[in-house]
Design a protein around this ligand. Structure first.
Ligand SMILES: CC(C)(COP(=O)(O)OP(=O)(O)OC[C@H]1O[C@@H](n2cnc3c(N)ncnc32)[C@H](O)[C@@H]1OP(=O)(O)O)[C@@H](O)C(=O)NCCC(=O)NCCS
Length: 180
């Protein structure tokens, strides 16, 4: 939150008109995000095509400037008895490290747990998997009140190798959590 307690960002689905701004934001931020989560700067059209029952993407938008603060993928959505998804995200310069990303991910979590009848995704559990050395992401996860569940060896193929991850999760009963 800003100093006056207001929220500085909104969230919305990405659209074709975001392509240029998205490419610039990712290119500008390549050094900051590349180490953890290689992102294709021209990958928005492909991401738009993949939107569906298993994947919903949200852009975090700075209210004052309209700039793209970051992106959150709500991925691996499984409904039925599971109602579960994994969150993946990255933030972009010049907004990275200003607290806006945390505000935006909080809004995405709100949307994920809201019932479908209220425009939400109707999920019950969210998981975030983070490489143990990724302290900025672990900081974000903890600020939001996610619970550490365990350690998953060789979980994701990133940067040319299978990487270990720490697993954090939250169920709807725990939200809003300690960080809210
Ligand atoms: C992980 C990642 C998304 C975190 O994004 P971020 O932009 O640092 O997020 P925020 O700005 O909300 O983080 C808050 C930071 O801003 C600082 N900050 C500055 N002004 C602030 C304010 N007014 N309010 C709150 N925090 C503020 C906080 O102190 C905090 O710093 P810290 O991380 O050193 O504790 C980002 O580092 C990233 O994109 N990393 C590469 C991709 C990646 O790792 N993805 C996740 C894979 S699991």
């Amino acid at each position: 939150m800003s100093d006056d307690g207001g929220v500085r960002v909104t969230i919305r689905a990405p659209r074709a008109g975001d392509e240029a701004a998205y490419s610039e934001a990712v290119r500008r931020s390549a050094e900051h995000i590349g180490q953890w989560n290689p992102v294709e700067p021209d990958g928005l059209p492909d991401l738009l095509e993949r939107q569906g029952a298993g994947l919903r993407t949200f852009l975090i938008i700075d209210q004052e400037t309209g700039g793209i603060v970051g992106k959150v993928n709500v991925a691996n959505i499984v409904m039925g008895r599971f109602c579960n998804a994994s969150l993946g995200y990255d933030s972009y310069l010049p907004f990275a490290g200003t607290g806006r990303m945390t505000e935006g991910v909080r809004l995405v979590v709100d949307r994920c747990f809201a019932p479908q009848t209220a425009g939400g995704l109707g999920l019950h559990r969210l998981e975030i998997n983070v490489q143990p050395e990724n302290q900025r992401s672990i900081g974000l996860v903890k600020r939001l009140g996610f619970r550490h569940e365990g350690f998953t060896p060789r979980m994701l193929f990133l940067g040319g190798a299978w990487r270990d991850h720490e697993r954090f999760a939250l169920t709807a009963e725990e939200w809003p959590g300690a960080g809210a």
